[in-house]
Ligand binder design. Sequence first.
Ligand code: AMP
Ligand code: FES
Ligand code: ZN
Length: 300
Amino acid sequence: MKCTRCREKAVVALPSHTAGFCPPCYLLFVERQVQKAIKDKKLFSFDDRIIIALSGGKDSLALAWQLKKLGYDIAGLHIDLAIPQSSPIARDHVERFCRAYDINLSVLEMEKLGLSIPEVRKKIKRPVCSLCGKIKRYYFNKFALDNGFNVLATGHNLDDEVARLFSNVLSWESAHLGDQGPLLPEENGFTRKVKPLYRLSEFETANFCFIAEIDYGFAPCPYSGGASFTYYKTLFDELEHKQPGRKLSFYEGFLKRGRKAFTRLDLEEGVKPSPCKSCGYPTSEESCGVCRIKHMLEQS
Ligand code: AMP
Ligand code: FES
Ligand code: ZN
């Protein structure tokens, strides 16, 4: 197969775009997908201060690499969850990556903040992944606001977004459908959140890391409870195989035509957040989720 752009030998075939690319043209393809996402969805500009949540996995490192290359004002934030089997490997990759590409990095250690995830798991009898997700989102937002960043970027890719959309559709989560998308504007004490990789699949970001020689960490979380998401991803991979381009058209179609129906519902049903009585973080209850977790840990 020849590269669609330059007719050299192609190394990556992309049936969803009826294209194939040689290594340099593939890097250009990814760059254009990211630029299209930023431009079409008005994610951010060169004047914004962007904090990128870096997990050490392929997606967030690919995102940082790309935004740095494009010249955006970026810095990295890693949350060290203190999970012995995976956190040191993840942190090591993030630290080495940021050193290699001269990206300012901050690391928040959950152990020091009394929120080590194994401890949370041991003491609170609730699904640890959702508690962990709550803690991460809290610190992403808090760190951004406390440090003058007006945009928080995560490495969520097309497969993550499609699996989440499908899960929300299966149970008709109207409020969640109302605010799913690559851009959540700043409001009610939450910083603007963006997902510039939403047009790229996992296969595409993995190939990107391979070609750009980005050394990412692969240490799956031992508590990984995302079984249903993993299953939805497999379903959509099968669909994509039979109907190339389906994932992206399903998701873009939702953003263009489906989401607005739920945005209205979301506004009607939504409760405007007010500051947490202990820490000031926006919440719809008296105390925010993280203060409640801390409280439960103290009680146990
Ligand atoms: P996941 O939910 O693990 O698929 O992660 C989705 C995105 O959240 C990643 O692409 C990162 O941008 C961010 N993220 C996840 N875990 C961490 C972490 N420990 N520290 C910083 N960012 C993270
Ligand atoms: Fe949070 Fe696994 S990464 S529980
Ligand atoms: Zn709080």
